[in-house]
Design a protein around this ligand. Structure first.
Ligand SMILES: [Zn+2]
Ligand SMILES: [Zn+2]
Length: 187
C-alpha cells in the first residue's frame, strides 16, 4: 500500500535542484516559521565552522598519507577534534555547507575534522597499456566519463599509482572553495 508521503518523496527526488531552490526561497519569503527552520539548517556563525589551521594557504601540512591499509580498523586513531579552530571567535553569519576543492564534494562545515576528506592531490590519467587496441585518432579519447565509469581500474593517479577503484591516498580537512562553489557544481 502506498503511504501518503510516498508520492511526495518521489517528487522531491525527481525535482531538479533549481526547482527545490526556488521553493525554499519562496517559503523563506512567505512563511515565518519556515524562515526560522531554513535559517537554522543553512546558516551558522563563523565560529561554528571547523576548518583546521591556515587552510586558506592551501598548504598540504594538515593532510597525511593513507597507507595501503593493513589495519583497516583505524579506530584507535580517531580522536575528537576539540582544538580544531583555535581562531578568534566570530559571530558573523556564513553558509553551513560548502564545496571542498580537494574531494570535490559538498560538506557540512560544522562536522569537518582532519579526517573528513579523502582525496588525491594529483590528476588521474588513462593508463594506455590498459587500452592496447585503442587508437585515439579513430576511437576518440580514452579519457571519457563513460570509460572512467566502465573501466575504473584503467585510470591511475599520478600521486600514488592507485586506480579510480581504490581509496584516495590522502586524508585531511575538507578545504572550502571560497571562489564560488555554485559555479563548480555539477547538477
Ligand atoms: Zn593519490
Ligand atoms: Zn574534501
Amino acid at each position: 500500500m502506498q503511504s501518503a508521503s510516498e508520492p511526495l518523496d518521489q517528487a522531491f527526488a525527481a525535482a531538479p535542484r533549481w526547482v527545490l531552490h526556488d521553493i525554499l526561497k519562496e517559503l523563506f519569503r512567505e512563511v515565518g516559521p519556515a524562515r526560522e527552520i531554513i535559517t537554522k539548517k543553512l546558516v551558522i556563525t563563523e565560529d561554528q565552522a571547523q576548518c583546521g589551521e591556515n587552510n586558506s594557504s592551501g598548504e598540504g601540512d594538515t593532510s597525511e598519507d593513507l597507507e595501503t591499509s593493513d589495519d583497516s580498523d583505524a579506530s584507535s586513531e580517531e580522536q575528537e577534534v576539540t582544538s580544531a579552530a583555535p581562531k578568534t571567535s566570530s559571530k558573523r553569519l556564513r553558509p553551513r555547507y560548502a564545496w571542498c576543492i580537494n574531494c570535490e564534494k559538498d560538506f557540512d562545515t560544522t562536522e569537518n575534522t582532519k579526517k573528513s576528506c579523502r582525496y588525491h592531490p594529483e590528476y588521474c590519467e588513462a593508463d594506455s597499456d590498459e587500452f592496447p587496441d585503442h587508437d585515439e585518432r579513430c576511437h576518440g579519447p580514452m579519457d571519457t566519463p563513460e570509460n572512467r565509469e566502465n573501466f575504473p581500474d584503467r585510470f591511475v593517479f599520478e600521486c600514488c599509482d592507485r586506480t579510480l577503484e581504490e581509496e584516495p591516498c590522502k586524508v585531511g580537512w575538507h578545504v572550502e572553495d571560497t571562489e564560488g562553489p555554485i559555479k563548480r557544481r555539477k547538477i
